[in-house]
Design a binder for this molecule. Structure first.
Ligand SMILES: NC(=O)c1ccc[n+]([C@@H]2O[C@H](COP(=O)([O-])OP(=O)(O)OC[C@H]3O[C@@H](n4cnc5c(N)ncnc54)[C@H](O)[C@@H]3O)[C@@H](O)[C@H]2O)c1
Length: 364
C-alpha cells in the first residue's frame, strides 16, 4: 500500500472509531496528549517551574574557591516570558544594502539573493507576500508581484516599495491567462532585466467537498489555477531565462497535500492539483537542468493564512493542530527562509526537490 494511503487509513481508523473523550483529547496540543498517555505523566502540581537556578562552581578560577572545596555559589534567573516584539518592528522590512552585503562572509553572501530580479505570483497577500518581503530583505534588485487581485496587489506593491525603497511593480495577472503572463514577463525583462527567480505562490483551495458531489466546473477551475497556472508561469519565465541564457531558480509552492491525504476534510481536487505541481516541478527540473534552470517545490503543511481563516474550518483546525507534532499551524512567514535559500546560489546543486515544511505533520 502506498505511504499516503497508509497514512490516510491510519488517521481515518484512528479518528473515526474514537469515543468522544478520545476525540476531545485529540483536540489537545500534541505535547499535552503525550503527557496524558503514560502512567508516569506528572500531575500539574508536580510540574517544577523554578524562578532561579542555583549554581556551584568548583575551579581554580572561581572566586571563593578554597582548598576545602567550598567553591563559588550563586543563582541565575530563569526567564519564562518571551520578549515581546513591538508590532511596528514585526512589520518592518529591512532591505539588504551593498554595504552590509560586502561585510558578510562568503557563505552568507551565497545565501542571499543579492542583485536578483524576482517574480512572485500570489504576492498580494499571505505566504507569497511574506516571501516577497523576505526576498527584499535578502538583497533582491527588483520585485514583480503577479496577482489576480487588483486592489490587494497594488497595495502590497506600494507598501513593499515604501518600506524598502526597492523597485516593486504589480502586474494584475491571472495565472490561467498565458498571453497576459507573457506580456507581463516581457515587461519585467524590459524594466529590470531577465528574471533570476520565479516563486509561484498563487493558488486556491476548496475543501469539505466529497468527490462524488464535486461540481465538475469547480474541479476544473481549481486544477486550472493551481496546476495549469504553475505550468504557464514556469513556461513563460523559463523561456525568458533560456532566451537570455541566464541561470535561474523556479520555486513552485505545492503543499503537503501532494504527499498525504488531508484529514478530516475531503478535498480530492486540491490534493490532486498539488501532487500534479510536485511532479510538474520534477519534470521541468529534469528537462531544464541543461539550461541551468533549477526547479524545486516547497510543500507547506497547515499555515495560518487568510486561506484557512474561515469560520467553517475552526473545528477542523483543532484537529489539524492536534495531528501536528509542533502543535501549531505554520506562521505566515515560516516559508521565508526556505524560499530565499532555494532562490539563492547556496542551493545551486538542488533541483527537482520537494521540501516539506509542515511542523512534522507528515511524520505520522
Ligand atoms: N495556507 C495554507 O495552509 C497552505 C498550505 C499548503 C499550501 N499552500 C499554498 O500556498 C500558496 C499560498 O497560499 P496562501 O495561504 O498564502 O493563500 P492566500 O489566499 O492568502 O494567497 C493567495 C494569493 O493568490 C492569489 N491568486 C489566487 N488565484 C489567483 C489566480 N488565478 N491568478 C493570480 N493570482 C491568484 C490571491 O489573490 C492571493 O493574493 C497557495 O498555492 C496554497 O495552495 C497554502
Amino acid at each position: 500500500m502506498a505511504a499516503s494511503a497508509r497514512t490516510a487509513l491510519r488517521l481515518t481508523s484512528r479518528m473515526a472509531t474514537r469515543p468522544r473523550a478520545t476525540v476531545e483529547r485529540a483536540a489537545l496540543p500534541f505535547f499535552q496528549r503525550a503527557a496524558l498517555s503514560g502512567s508516569t505523566a506528572p500531575r500539574k502540581s508536580e510540574v517544577i517551574k523554578e524562578t532561579e537556578v542555583p549554581v556551584s562552581v568548583y575551579s581554580p578560577d572561581s572566586k571563593g574557591a578554597s582548598p576545602s572545596g567550598n567553591g563559588e555559589h550563586f543563582k541565575i534567573p530563569v526567564r519564562r516570558d518571551q520578549p515581546e516584539v513591538p508590532a511596528e518592528e514585526e512589520d518592518k522590512v529591512t532591505p539588504l544594502t551593498s554595504k552590509v552585503y560586502n561585510q558578510m562572509t562568503p557563505t552568507m553572501q551565497k545565501m542571499s539573493v543579492m542583485g536578483k530580479v524576482i517574480i512572485i505570483t500570489g504576492g498580494a497577500r499571505g505566504l507569497g507576500n511574506h516571501m516577497a518581503r523576505a526576498c527584499a530583505e535578502a538583497g533582491a534588485k527588483a520585485i514583480a508581484i503577479f496577482d489576480a487581485n487588483q486592489q490587494l496587489g497594488d497595495e502590497a506593491a506600494a507598501e513593499l516599495y515604501e518600506k524598502t525603497g526597492l523597485p516593486v511593480t504589480f502586474f494584475k495577472v491571472d495565472v490561467r491567462d498565458g498571453a497576459a503572463i507573457d506580456a507581463a514577463v516581457d515587461s519585467v525583462v524590459e524594466l529590470y532585466g531577465t528574471p533570476d527567480v520565479l516563486i509561484n505562490s498563487a493558488g486556491i483551495a476548496d475543501s469539505n467537498i466529497p468527490a462524488e458531489t464535486y461540481d465538475r466546473n469547480m474541479f476544473r477551475r481549481l486544477i486550472d489555477i493551481n496546476l495549469n497556472g504553475s505550468f504557464l508561469m514556469a513556461q513563460s519565465v523559463g523561456k525568458a531565462m533560456m532566451a537570455a541564457k541566464k541561470p535561474g531558480s523556479i520555486i513552485l509552492v505545492a503543499s503537503m497535500s501532494a504527499s498525504i491525504v488531508n484529514y478530516p476534510q475531503e478535498q480530492s481536487c486540491y490534493n490532486a492539483s498539488k501532487a500534479g505541481v510536485v511532479h510538474l516541478g520534477k519534470s521541468l527540473a529534469a528537462e531544464w537542468a541543461k539550461y541551468n534552470i533549477r526547479v524545486n517545490c516547497i510543500s507547506p503543511g497547515y499555515m495560518d493564512t487568510a486561506l484557512n481563516r474561515v469560520p467553517a474550518l475552526d473545528a477542523q483546525k483543532k484537529i489539524w493542530t492536534s495531528l501536528t507534532p509542533q502543535a501549531r499551524l505554520g506562521a505566515v512567514d515560516d516559508l521565508n527562509g526556505l524560499a530565499v535559500f532555494l532562490a539563492s546560489d547556496a542551493s545551486g546543486f538542488m533541483t527537482g526537490s520537494n521540501v516539506l515544511i509542515d511542523g512534522g505533520y507528515t511524520l505520522y
